[in-house]
Design a protein around this ligand. Structure first.
Ligand code: HEC
Length: 150
């Protein structure tokens, strides 16, 4: 009985994950992924200003921003579901779906850089922060250069 109900719950949850694409309209997927991108920028910009000395460096604020960006990095690719190539204004290039492995690699590369920024932010060492921040920005740019239209 217990085994059976656990299995039923597991299957129901798997079904939910698999049908996410069918549950959402293309314009909802587009709005979601653009929202994640906006949130990434929201957190990135103050860090950029602190790194560039345009805003006073505050270790606690910087760390919070780095942690938020790190959490968002695991969601970057979620909204690019098949079927959302169009349906609302979007700068997503067709290569996201025709070169899905390449897109995943770009998203994974970004997600590999953000934990380094969190570690650097925890250390509070500005040289380490600058290096890690450069790696993060490079991974944003890399994906935009290859998968976002101008
Ligand atoms: C794996 C690929 C990828 C990574 C990594 C990535 N982006 Fe994007 N970004 C895109 C794509 C593709 C679009 C266009 C999405 C659309 O219009 O549907 C986009 C759009 C945006 C937008 C415009 C959102 C809007 O208002 O429509 C901003 C801002 C942005 N990205 C910021 C960032 C920042 C900052 C980072 C890194 C911290 C980042 N992105 C990392 C692929 C990526």
């Amino acid at each position: 009985m217990h085994m059976r109900s656990k299995l039923a719950v597991a299957l129901a949850l798997a079904g939910t994950a698999l049908s996410a694409q069918a549950q959402f309209k293309p314009e909802e997927a587009i709005a979601y992924r653009q929202g994640i991108m906006k949130a990434q920028r929201w957190n990135l910009v103050p860090m950029a200003m602190m790194v560039q000395g345009k805003m006073p460096y505050d270790q606690a604020v910087f760390l919070t921003k780095a942690q938020r960006l790190n959490a968002l990095s695991s969601m970057t690719a979620d909204g690019f579901v098949p079927g959302s190539e169009a349906g609302a204004p979007t700068k997503a290039r067709p290569e996201i779906w025709s070169n899905a492995a390449g897109f995943k690699q770009a998203a994974d590369q970004f997600a590999a850089e953000t934990p380094k920024l969190v570690a650097a932010a925890q250390s509070g060492n500005m040289d380490q922060i600058k290096a890690a921040f450069g790696g993060v920005v490079k991974s944003c740019d890399n994906c935009h250069d290859n998968f976002r239209s101008r």
